[in-house]
Design a protein around this ligand. Sequence first.
Ligand code: C2E
Ligand code: MG
Ligand code: MG
Length: 531
Amino acid sequence: MFKSMRQFFHSIEEHLFKKEWIGSPDYEALRFTLIYIFVGLIWIIWSDDLLVILVQDIDLILQFQTLKGWFYVFMSGLLFSVILKRRIRMIRSLSDNILYQNTHDTLTELPNRAKSSEIINNRIKQNPQSVFALVSLDLDDFSNVNELLGYHIGDELIISLTHNLSQKLSTDDFISRNGDGFILILDLTNRNRTQLNQYLNMILDIVNRERVIENQTVFITCSLGVSLYPKDGSDFNELFKAADTAMRHLKGLRKNSYNFYTEDYHKERVNRVKMINELRKAIESNELYMLYQPIYDMEGMRVHSFEALIRWKSPTFGQVSPNVFISYAENTNLISLIDEYVFVTCMKLRRKWHDLGDHSTILSINLSSKGLVDPGFMHTIERLCLEHFYIPNGIQIEITETALISNFDLAKSHLLRLKRLGFIIALDDFGAGYSSLTYLHQLPIDCMKIDRSFSLNPGVNNNQDLILQAIINLAQKLHLKVVAEGIETNIQKDFFLEMDCSLGQGYLFAYPEAENLATQRVEELLEKAKL
Ligand code: C2E
Ligand code: MG
Ligand code: MG
């Protein structure tokens, strides 16, 4: 009966009201009032009839009339209270739910950064004399786990880490989730600096443990940035910023380690912001220029190709290394402007050599990691090829493993696009980073440049030499050209020649040089060829 009444009301509602209005607060209030009026009317009409049937005495009926009114007021009050209670409970549980979701991480159920900020700021307010360390824990190369093993393994790893780390916290400590990492608050009332260091080492060990997740063995390390209250900040934001700066600083140097914030980092940060602003202006005011370093065929001691290397001479900072400003530019949109400048300059130069009659000297360009995975920049390259009457097979693009790891599928599809345009593809600094041999055959690579670290101590470390020989053999089996980077001595040159690697780049042969000198070398090559 109740069910059919409900259905009856629903069908009336659907006919009377627009769909989008149903469920709105105005609609709910109107619905409630209409039901109240409807029930009231029914009561007024039926209760009189019922009274006449049940009671025959007129005096008694008059007395009951008053009671009837009281009964209605009492019953409707009771009904209101039941309905209101249900509604308020529902709203409260909904708002509690929303509040929980806004302040907690759904995967681990740990408080998120916003919640930790609230907790820490309250703690400071209640007890300004307290002493504690804020640790920003960031997992090293966590994106590799997600990309290579799958996001579900990444999630399981985070859950396992949460469990292990939470177990090691004392009552006044606190853990929360922050992006792909964690924030830890370690109470220092009963811990001195040595004990804190021991604790941080223990965290590194916990994270560094071998884990088997869904039959896959997973290893991960982390970097810890540490700030201290009250020394490094007076509220959560300041402390977190300091710990994060210390962590980022550490990441550039080494992994699986911890680092305390110092005042110098603040200066460095300010300097970086200043440098990025200067770099923005540098692009417009032509402070960037290119140098070209010859790559030699070490057997015949003949120039085989050139690598284009960017330079920045800043009026404020002097000569800035590309290792520094390229990474700054990669964190801003400046990198696409720099990549475009490099491509335009090199395409023009290659065109110039072509017009001189040179059809074989390769000009190698470094493409930033961001540029390789930027679909917009792929369009830019295609446009530049048309605008600058690009010479196929004359330009090589050097990419690094960082670009591949950030988004393998996209990087692969862009490399295929570049290859179709006629560019030669080289893998730069091989051996310096992740160095996975598995993807080599999946990518359209023509050349492998072996990182300078392999040239540093030739013949000293037997294992390293064996690995190097295996890499060279494998590259040759895959029909890749191999270039040894950083050749500074004849010993290094002979070492690589013995390993059957005949292409070399380094200060032993030539430093990066200006465009006119590189062009002069190309002209000399042409002269020699004529003889
Ligand atoms: P890379 O692509 O591996 O370039 C080789 C680096 O080794 C160059 O440093 C070069 O000057 C240096 N080098 C060459 N021979 C020797 C040697 O015998 N000994 C030593 N110690 N070093 C040698 P540079 O020019 O400072 O460039 C550093 C890095 O900056 C480059 O490494 C590349 O990753 C990046 N870079 C340079 N130019 C560009 C560019 O135009 N675009 C992009 N995206 N990155 C660039
Ligand atoms: Mg390079
Ligand atoms: Mg290199």
